[in-house]
Design a protein around this ligand. Structure first.
Ligand SMILES: Nc1ncnc2c1ncn2[C@@H]1O[C@H](COP(=O)(O)OP(=O)(O)OP(=O)(O)O)[C@@H](O)[C@H]1O
Length: 252
């Protein structure tokens, strides 16, 4: 499998704080990487480093596809100011501005792509609504439409399922599956382990001054999750016992 980005011997942190050292990994085309870890373990710092907002303390990033930092980025919804005076359609179109330029505006073909992106995200019927009239789930769908328009080889989603209901989550996951099938690499920062176990191929677990990378099955073991401070021993034994309480309840 080809990679979109190679990280080599990376150390990350700030002047007086090293979060981890020695991380080497490839972010592969067609993979879905979950980045998770306890509060303060460095997830946001990792995102900022990918976006080029901070430099690693040591190591290299090699961009092997597209232009360096060609990233489709979804910020945490809490960081988005929905008083921004634009409509849903304009928000999605902003994703294509890199290709078309602000002055020229979008041509007819691009407008068509915007409509298709809004349709795929399930917000075409509210394309002319201003953002302040949207529910949280509708805004997240509109922001997904913008990422669709970015058409990038690497897609970085920060907490994409926070504050969305189950059916919206399922819809957004279908878009992520399409990106993956197209050979894009998708990186998701997540807090909730259950969405990772079902939908991600790889995991980067941060915490305890370590960064553990590998397949979900290899990295997200109860022992490692406890050792890196993600959960307590009793939480791990509850979470990984089989069958789960919900499965048991379903058989009652
Ligand atoms: N600009 C900064 N200068 C110095 N230290 C920082 C800076 N930004 C974050 N930190 C520290 O780096 C560590 C990692 O922070 P980061 O925000 O990356 O964690 P996180 O995993 O995203 O946390 P959370 O789950 O709580 O959002 C924390 O101890 C934080 O206090």
């Amino acid at each position: 499998m080809s990679s979109v980005l190679e990280l080599r011997n990376l150390a990350l942190g700030y002047r007086d704080l090293t979060l981890f050292r020695g991380l080497s990994m490839d972010i592969e085309s067609g993979s879905t990487l979950a980045v998770l870890g306890a509060n303060g373990s460095g997830k946001s710092t990792f995102v900022k480093m990918l976006l080029g907002l901070i430099d690693p303390l040591a190591g290299n990033l090699n961009w092997t596809q597209g232009k360096p930092r060609e990233i489709g980025y979804l910020a945490q919804m809490t960081e988005f100011d929905r008083r921004f005076p634009i409509r849903v359609r304009d928000l999605a179109a902003m994703g294509a501005w890199r290709g078309f330029g602000l002055r020229r505006g979008l041509d007819a073909a691009a407008q068509k792509r915007v409509s298709a992106a809004l349709d795929e995200a399930g917000v075409l019927d509210i394309a002319d609504r201003p953002l302040h009239q949207l529910s949280g789930g509708q805004l997240q769908r509109a922001l997904f439409a913008r990422v669709i328009m970015q058409d990038a080889p690497l897609i970085l989603l920060d907490e994409p399922f926070a504050a969305v209901d189950q059916s919206t989550e399922a819809h957004l996951l279908s878009i992520i599956r399409r990106w993956r099938a197209e050979g894009r690499a998708v990186v998701l920062v997540v807090h909730d382990l259950s969405s990772v176990l079902d939908h991600c191929s790889h995991a980067l677990l941060l915490g305890g001054q370590e960064a553990a990378y590998g397949t979900v099955k290899d990295v997200l073991t109860p022992a490692r999750l406890v050792a890196q401070g993600y959960m307590s021993e009793s939480q791990a034994s509850w979470m990984f016992r089989s069958p789960t309480p919900m499965q048991e309840a379903a058989h009652v």
